[in-house]
Design a protein around this ligand. Structure first.
Ligand code: SF4
Length: 68
């Protein structure tokens, strides 16, 4: 199972590929960070830490989570 982690200041954005249902909520909600067409597809420099946290908690499958 692929788990990817992306650092943003003192947190990590965690993405578990097998849980992702590709609803694209993240890409629609915060397109400056979540870019499914690019590599890496999560680019934490694109928004503030709080904006990222606010988007991550809306992931319907919990493929996205925050590690503190
Ligand atoms: S919101 Fe969650 S389930 Fe939907 S595409 Fe993003 S990571 Fe995958």
């Amino acid at each position: 199972m692929a788990i990817k982690k992306y650092e943003k200041e003192d947190i990590k954005i965690v993405w578990e590929s097998e849980k992702c249902i590709h609803s694209a909520n993240c890409a629609k909600g915060l397109a400056s960070v979540f870019k499914p067409q690019e590599k890496p597809w999560i680019q934490p420099e694109g928004a503030t830490k709080q904006a990222i946290i606010d988007q991550v908690i809306q992931c319907p499958s919990r493929a996205l989570s925050i590690e503190r």
